[in-house]
Structures are given as C-alpha cells and as structure tokens.
Ligand binder design. Sequence first.
Ligand SMILES: *[C@@H]1O[C@H](CO)[C@@H](O)[C@H](O)[C@H]1NC(C)=O
Ligand SMILES: *[C@@H]1O[C@H](CO)[C@@H](O)[C@H](O)[C@H]1NC(C)=O
Ligand SMILES: *[C@@H]1O[C@H](CO)[C@@H](O)[C@H](O)[C@H]1NC(C)=O
Ligand SMILES: *[C@@H]1O[C@H](CO)[C@@H](O)[C@H](O)[C@H]1NC(C)=O
Ligand SMILES: *[C@@H]1O[C@H](CO)[C@@H](O)[C@H](O)[C@H]1NC(C)=O
Length: 334
Amino acid sequence: MELIKYLLTATLLITAQCQLIDRSEIEDGGSFNLTCDVSRIGNSNVPPIVTSLYSLTIERTVVSGTQTIAVYSPALFKNFTKTIPDNRPWVIEASGGKSSSADPDLNRATIKLTLYVPDAKCTDAGIYSCNANFPSVGGVSTASRSQNMTSKAKTEDPIINSDHHNGNNPHYSSNPEGQNLTLTCSVLGPKSLVLKWQYRATNGFNLEDYPYTNAIKVANPLPVPGTTCDQYRLESALALIVQSQETLYVCAVLDGNNRVTETNFTIGIQTDQTQEPNTGPSEEPAGANVGAIVGGVIGGLVLIAIIVIVVYFCWYRKRNDDDSGKFGPFLIYQ
Ligand SMILES: *[C@@H]1O[C@H](CO)[C@@H](O)[C@H](O)[C@H]1NC(C)=O
Ligand SMILES: *[C@@H]1O[C@H](CO)[C@@H](O)[C@H](O)[C@H]1NC(C)=O
Ligand SMILES: *[C@@H]1O[C@H](CO)[C@@H](O)[C@H](O)[C@H]1NC(C)=O
Ligand SMILES: *[C@@H]1O[C@H](CO)[C@@H](O)[C@H](O)[C@H]1NC(C)=O
Ligand SMILES: *[C@@H]1O[C@H](CO)[C@@H](O)[C@H](O)[C@H]1NC(C)=O
C-alpha cells in the first residue's frame, strides 16, 4: 500500500514537473505560469553531450498569429529580449547561465526562462512552446516542448429570482403557505455548466436534491454577446408550492463532478400579521369593500334605531304630558 502511494506521488510529482504551464486550461481573468528549461523539454531530447545551450526561447501560436515572447541567450549573444503583447502586465524572468568567463557556461542544468501571466484572457489560448537551441555538428539544433492550452469562460456568481418576491433581501422572501411560485436560477459561464436544485427545511440538517424533476425547467443556453470567450447564460426554473415550514433552496453550479459555485434562496412562511400589501391584487380591494358594506349597514341600522327611539320617546312624552302622568316613563320598555 505504502509503496503504491509512494509511486503514485512520485508519478504525480514528475508529471507536474514536466508540465510547461502550471495548468492545461485557463479561465478568462485567471492567471498562469510557464517555465522553460531543459528538464521541461526533456533531458533526453537534448543530447547528453550538450553542456551549454546557445539560447532558450518561448513562443506561442494563438488566434492572432505566432509570436516569440522571450529569447534568452546568455552564452552566445549575451542578450535577453522580451516581447509582451499589448502592454499587458506580464512578468518574464531569465536566470542561469550567466558568467564572467569567456568560455561558454555550463548552463544546461541552470538556464531558465519563466513567464507569469496574471491577466489571462481567452485569446491567450493556443500552443505554447519552449525551445532550446544548442551547438551541433550541423551548426545549431533545436529541441522543443509544446503544450496546447485551452480556455474557458469565467463562471460568474449565480442569482436566484422569485416571481413572488416579497421584500428586498436577495436571498429571502416570505410567502403564504400553499402559494405557487417559481424560483429561477441563472448564471453566466461555459456552456458545459449544469444547474442543480437542492433544498432543506431551515431547521433541518440534510440538503437534498430536489426530487420532483418535472418541476424543473432548464432553458437552452444563450450566448452572451461581446465576450471573447464562449460565455453562455444558463437558466433553470423550479416551480414549487410554498411549504408549511421555512425552506432553503440551493442552486448549485456543477462543471462535471466539480461544484464550482452555488447560491441560495429561503422562503419563509407569511402569516396574516406579516402579510404584504401585494399578496393578491384582486383579493385586497374585495376584502376592503366587504368591510365597508358591513360597516355601512350596521351604522345605518343603529342610526334608524336611535331615530325611532327619539321620535317614539318625544311622542310618548307629549302624550304622557297630555294624560297628566298616569303612566311612568318605564312603560316604553314593556
Ligand atoms: C507564478 O509566478 C509568479 C511570479 O513569478 C509567482 O508570484 C507565483 O507564485 C507563481 N505561481 C505559481 C502557481 O507558481
Ligand atoms: C541577440 O543578439 C544577437 C547578437 O547581437 C542578435 O543577432 C540577435 O538577433 C539577438 N536576438 C534577439 C532576439 O534580439
Ligand atoms: C488544442 O486543444 C483544443 C481543445 O481540446 C483543440 O480544439 C485544438 O484542436 C487543439 N489544438 C492543437 C493544435 O492540437
Ligand atoms: C398550484 O398549482 C397546482 C398545479 O400545479 C394547482 O393544482 C393548484 O390549484 C395551484 N394552486 C394555487 C393556489 O394556485
Ligand atoms: C446563502 O448565500 C449567502 C450568499 O452567498 C451566504 O452568505 C449564506 O451563508 C448562504 N446561506 C446558506 C444557509 O447556505
């Protein structure tokens, strides 16, 4: 077991060391480093008899053409030139092989060129090569190693929108239990991304995959105009019925088996006290009208009753005065 582990680690280390560029795919806005030396080219590709190189060069072939990015010639020409496209903040460094001696340096093991690109763009995708020029019987021979670097659109943060969003919190809305609503998750990124819905009660423990797949509608990816990368807008809509308890919905952005990013939206339960004025535009005026009608009817009945009592009382008092107080005033209540 230990031996297998050791061998695996060693293999990984060797593979990593042999890579020209520290990644095989760049993301727009990401960064990458390229290291060019005899070990990357492969020691066996430079004949063992060669103890010193004339020069090391870095070249690339991208959509816009082939460019020589750096030439380092410490032994033969004692020069080091850099060609950085479009004033970009690239860092190119050369080391090894420098000597005050007139003899060619024994630079094979030390000569090195490095390129650091902190502002990778999709247009930087292409073939990068590291070339070693060394003396040979015919004059100059070249050994090279190249790497095809691909690019990928940047994945932005996903957003969830609700078609019944109450309040200003981008991650929360309270809605009445039983209401039908749709959550829409959208993200900008490569076409290969997949959006996955998960949920749990906010007082629960396990985030579970949303089980009702027919409630989920995935839109066709739309290309985002004006990007050099193939960036797309991906969207997935989840139709749901508001549950009896507060529920957290998560939209996870997957790239293969890799969970790239995610966002969430919590639906709280709206009680009568917290009811928002925009819950049902048709219900609200109807409720208000019923209240007004009931109030008016009761008010009218009370008014009529008061008038009847007052009129009857006055008429009775008048008659009572005429009858010289035979009956007490309480008789009206009989
Ligand atoms: C890439 O090069 C830069 C500048 O030389 C350095 O700061 C950075 O750590 C390097 N990154 C990796 C992953 O080697
Ligand atoms: C390096 O210097 C030599 C001699 O001056 C010159 O011939 C060669 O073109 C230079 N290389 C570059 C890439 O400037
Ligand atoms: C580089 O890789 C990309 C993506 O895999 C591929 O489409 C392209 O043809 C490759 N280029 C070369 C020169 O191999
Ligand atoms: C919600 O949608 C279901 C069908 O998906 C429907 O049967 C139900 O009546 C709807 N409820 C409301 C309150 O609109
Ligand atoms: C929901 O997303 C926000 C913003 O990304 C984050 O701050 C918060 O921790 C998340 N909540 C849960 C329960 O995952």
